[in-house]
Design a protein around this ligand. Sequence first.
Ligand SMILES: Nc1ncnc2c1ncn2[C@@H]1O[C@H](COP(=O)(O)OP(=O)(O)O)[C@@H](O)[C@H]1O
Ligand SMILES: [Mg+2]
Length: 479
Amino acid sequence: MIEESSRDTASDAEFADLFRRFLTGVVNRAPASGSVRTPLGDRISEHLGVDARTLAMVEESFASHRMADLDAGFAAIGAGEGVLIGVSGGQQKRFVGLPDLLVNDATAFAEAPVDYVSVDVGPGEQRNVVAFGVRLLSIDGAPVAVLQRSADPQHGRVQASVEVLASEQSTSSTLIDRLRSAMNEHSVLRGQVISFSASTFDYGNGTLTFLARPVVPAESIVLPPGALDRVRAHAIGIREHALRIREGGGHLKRGVLLYGPPGTGKTLTVSHLISEATGITTIVLTGQAIRFISEATQLARAMQPSMVVLEDVDLIAGDREMYGGPQPLLFAVLDALDGFEGDADVAFVLTTNRVELLERALVERPGRVDLAVEIPRPDRDARRRLFALYAERAPFSASAVQTVADQAEGVTGSFAKELVRRALLRAAIADRAVDDADLLAVSEELEHDRESLTRRLVGGDPQPDDSAAGDVGLSASWP
Ligand SMILES: Nc1ncnc2c1ncn2[C@@H]1O[C@H](COP(=O)(O)OP(=O)(O)O)[C@@H](O)[C@H]1O
Ligand SMILES: [Mg+2]
């Protein structure tokens, strides 16, 4: 071999020189992975004080509705003293992880403006938050680099995430722990009223919506004497004694069930509770949206004090769990209630028109609901109060209001409201001021309609099995 090589010394030397220069270049530019570092990789490595390509990444995902909380959380853990940079490379950067942004396979990812996205942070309120940006900061003096990335469901990224690089993995874990608790503490969801609903791109996670907190005073609700106070005291009032209850080893977690025929004021009662629960994070799931129970309970746990309202629970009583489990969704919901620690400051409020569908589930899983209150059709006294309430602003005589209230046996609260509306409408159509005659006339009309659909639609038809609602074995106070 030596002889052979000596035959062509000049070209061998040239090749050797070329090869050596090539190797030197490789060694200098990429000591670890043998690839070329991008300008972004240089910038991050410079911050970390080591070649970023040699570090293991720690990734953490967050529900898409926590994107504003990510910004708030980073601010709270001191990211403001660090720098935030964007990344070049258009859409391409969205399809690769942080380690891929550090090496130049096809694209020389470099520093560029930060991408932002507008997200809801309150009812009718938006804020621009980081959609794609690299934060260079330090945790207890140790440098850390974090890629903060928004959810991008159209491209298959259902969750937001952070990808963390630091020379010690423990630094990355510390950052994530602190970020999580700062996000919960400073969450834009805290103290808000929110609901989940299904949408095209949510991949089953539900889309979060902020609701305005309703204003429903106690005076606008007519219930059997003491019922509203009991519900309110249990759902909200207990909190005043939180300290003593916890000290005594008692549990704060509580479940209230409101049951009764449709149109009797269950939703109205819930709205009143929500209106009284200022400062309490409230999550409302109605009917089919109850399948987002795990998102709701996760938030409820993180945002204590909290209240989870499950409206019309009977609508899911027959549903199987999402992923084909043998277990009805209702049982999953009750298990979710049980998943809370006893001292969790969380109230569950359930409503149903058909308590008989829930009874077995509730009895088989005792302790989830510890107060069940019937919201019945109004009796004569309640009807008089109801009709007086809805006729308050109309110029009817007290005796006319009382007459129609007494006639309206078996109706619901919604019927009283509808009757007054009809009287007003009748006068308006005749183009004159409303008076007792209108009220009595529409009452007569609906009285004659007793069997008709119209009457049933406005809540005026007592169902044959109504009386059973209060007699299904649900004691008012669950043991
Ligand atoms: N007990 C009540 N007191 C006052 N208004 C009532 C009552 N029940 C029903 N209403 C009226 O009827 C409407 C519908 O009642 P809602 O609370 O939705 O019934 P439910 O949830 O029990 O089916 C309410 O918004 C309210 O205007
Ligand atoms: Mg309702």
